[in-house]
Design a protein around this ligand. Structure first.
Ligand SMILES: *Cc1c(COP(=O)(O)O)cnc(C)c1O
Length: 427
């Protein structure tokens, strides 16, 4: 598939049926797989042979869809996870464990911030959060001896900061560690971070990739480009024998193209078990088949709504990286030339109360803890996803108490704007 354009990969990537085989990816709804001898099975357990033995680790339906996402992102290997949270956790914990340190952008998604700053901190992994707009010098100063990775989001949810991927990749590589980019809001249709120097990308496939609010899921893609062996002392998990697999060394046995994802599957998926169900992988693939058709409409509607809001007297401010004059317009032009997704953040004049009153009046846009759906939805992060943060943490995450996050769906832009106009009128 690698020679085809992204539109073709969306439709046909990951699965090529043979003669007389199903046209659509089969849902292998089976926990387990049958073998003739214990010896056959033993080879699978030792990673001596590739194949399926238990769906907690791998399932053929998932693998077809993971291959499609790898093709879309330009990576060498990928795995599906039960959620975006699981994908981000695995992507970091696969290389940073107790006693290690990670540099992360401060504007990342609230759930990821909590995972890093609270839960993974309890596991002994330390994080330093940096302003994504910091200078190269400030970024470099955040690294320590024990830093193992750098983490950011292409378009941050919901702050809508655009990551200068090249700047972050340069700093990561200068310190011998990979850059991990959560690229949920961009999708590979709008930006492929690996082309800009990212080493590993993650997704909450729950969002645009599914696109219909049907299935929670996640994905990790490895570029296969980061040379773990050149910094072997930093990455013993990949470069020294794994005693739980009879002493195999992932980089030796699976090469740079396969080491990261094989380790994440063999160790983390085995032990934590956050696998995506084959049924959800099937639904995800249906979403991927139209991703390249849906994303331009999400972007168009996002831009139309952002322009309307910007000109409205009851709106205090608008953030949309695709909007002329936005703080991130230049970075968006560089990294997201085909559009900046359908999510718009703005403040209603009158603060928190006015934001809540406005949202109550909306008819088409539903109040939901969700984004990137075919149907327009909106959220007040300060009282929902980010409510565990104090005001300082909110500010560092780029969120003000009046912020409304509006995820523009695939409806007619005129209808969306009319709905927003009547709600602003009443608020
Ligand atoms: C939603 C989201 C997540 C978490 O994904 P889930 O599928 O809800 O677990 C992670 N990162 C970003 C950018 C998100 O928008």
């Amino acid at each position: 598939m690698s020679d085809y354009k992204i539109n073709t990969k969306c439709v046909q990537g990951g699965y090529t049926p043979g003669n007389g085989e199903p046209r659509q990816i089969p849902i292998i709804q089976s926990t387990t797989f049958k073998y003739a001898t214990s010896e056959d099975m033993g080879k699978l357990f030792d990673l001596e042979a590739s194949g399926y033995f238990y769906t907690r680790l791998q399932n053929p339906t998932n693998d077809h869809v993971a291959v499609k996402v790898a093709e879309l992102e330009g990576g060498t290997a990928a795995m599906l996870t039960s959620s975006g949270q699981a994908a981000n956790f695995y992507s970091v914990f696969n290389i940073a464990t107790c006693g290690d340190h990670v540099v992360a952008s401060s504007t990342i998604y609230g759930g990821t911030y909590n995972l890093f700053a609270v839960t993974m901190k309890k596991m002994g992994v330390d994080f330093t959060f940096v302003d994504p707009d910091c200078t190269e010098q400030e970024l470099n100063a955040a690294f320590r001896e024990n830093t193992k990775a750098v983490f950011g989001e292409t378009i941050a949810n919901p702050a809508l900061t655009v990551l200068d991927i090249e700047k972050f990749a340069r700093a990561a590589h200068a310190h011998g560690v990979p850059l991990i980019v959560d690229t949920t809001f961009a999708t590979p249709v709008l930006c492929r971070p690996i082309e800009w120097g990212a080493d590993i990308v993650t997704h909450s496939t729950t969002k645009y990739m599914d696109g219909h609010g049907a299935a929670v899921g996640g994905c990790i893609v490895d570029s296969g480009k980061f040379d773990w062996t050149a910094h072997a002392e930093k990455f013993p998990g990949l470069c020294t024998p794994d005693e739980s697999y009879h002493g195999i060394t992932y980089t030796e046995k699976f090469g740079l193209a396969g080491a990261f994802i094989t380790k994440a599957t063999a160790q983390l998926m085995r032990d934590f078990g956050s696998i995506q169900s084959p049924q959800n992988a099937f639904l995800l693939n249906l979403g991927l088949e139209s991703l390249h058709v849906r994303m331009p409409r999400h972007c168009e509607n996002g831009l139309a709504v952002a322009r309307f809001l910007k000109a409205h007297p009851k709106v205090a401010w608008v953030t949309y990286p695709g909007l002329e004059g936005d703080k991130y317009y230049a970075l968006a032009q560089k990294y997201l030339p085909d559009g900046a997704c359908g999510v718009v953040s703005f403040g209603v004049k009158g603060g928190r109360k006015a934001a809540e009153a406005f949202m109550k009046e909306l008819k088409l846009a539903a109040i939901e803890t969700h984004v990137a759906d075919a149907r327009t939805c909106c959220l007040h992060p300060a009282s929902a996803t980010h409510r565990q943060m104090n005001d300082d943490e909110l500010a560092a995450a780029g969120i003000t108490p009046d912020l409304v996050r509006m995820s523009c769906g695939l409806e007619d832009a005129d209808d969306l704007i009319a709905d927003i106009a009547q709600a602003l009128e009443k608020a």
